[in-house]
Design a protein around this ligand. Structure first.
Ligand code: GSH
Length: 221
């Protein structure tokens, strides 16, 4: 059996976190927002949608995102959220520790998934040319979801009163930026230009949501 030396362990802790990122994908945006929210420095390794070799070599599977950190390789964005909270305890938490708040976060995820992510995905498939059919009812449902977020946030800066529930805000921002991206995000992730064009929203119709999105947009630059 081979043992890892003290120096090797120290070295693992000094190496910067590597983030294999497929830029336009929501699961990847989620990880980028989480890393920036927590102030964790990372090295980006860009993943080409049509060439998954780097993912396979790093993790043995070809889904993104993945992170490599402290000698661990991890795929699945939800697992990465939990890992970051557990392994960077001095940074702001994404997920709450107590069970009741955890349930509240799960409920919020289900609501945002149903109202926003599900119709978004039907439109996204068109944006990435997986289908030729643009589903107008999905656009309407998604826009309705964004109006719901706009009303729900009102003049607050967060969707919850618990500083340990940032994941709820992150999820709201994640789905909204596909129709209401900042210029900086558009410059970094070209594909969002077509999704912005397809949804064709006027930012003025979402004043509360636009104000809320400001800091999250900064984390996506
Ligand atoms: N449950 C995983 C899903 C990962 C996933 O489906 N990643 C997409 C990009 S968002 C992917 O790489 N899909 C492979 C493909 O489309 O061929 C997560 O949350 O990270």
């Amino acid at each position: 059996m081979s043992h890892i030396s003290f120096d090797e362990v120290a070295n693992l802790n000094c190496t910067m976190l590597k983030f294999y990122e497929l830029t336009p994908s929501p699961n990847n945006m989620k990880v980028r927002m989480a890393l920036k929210y927590k102030g964790i420095e990372f090295e980006q390794i860009l993943v080409d949608y049509f060439d998954r070799q780097s993912l396979l070599e790093a993790s043995g599977q070809d889904g993104s995102p993945i992170i490599q950190d402290k000698g661990i390789v991890l795929n699945d964005s939800e697992a990465i959220m939990i890992y970051l909270d557990a392994n960077y305890p001095d940074t702001p938490r994404l997920m709450p520790r107590d069970l009741k708040s955890r349930y509240a976060c799960d409920k919020w995820k289900r609501m945002t998934d149903d109202k926003i992510a599900a119709p978004w995905f039907r439109v996204w498939r068109y944006a990435i040319k997986r289908t030729d059919i643009l589903d107008e009812s999905a656009i309407s449902a998604y826009v309705e979801g964004l109006h719901w977020l706009n009303d729900e946030i009102g003049d607050r800066d967060t969707f919850h009163d618990n500083p340990e529930m940032a994941i709820c805000d992150l999820r709201a921002a994640l789905w909204a930026v596909y129709a209401l991206p900042s210029d900086a995000l558009l410059a970094r992730v070209g594909l969002l230009k077509s999704s912005k064009r397809i949804f064709d929203l006027d930012e003025k119709d979402f004043p509360n949501l636009m104000r809320f999105l400001g800091p999250w947009d900064d984390r996506l630059k």
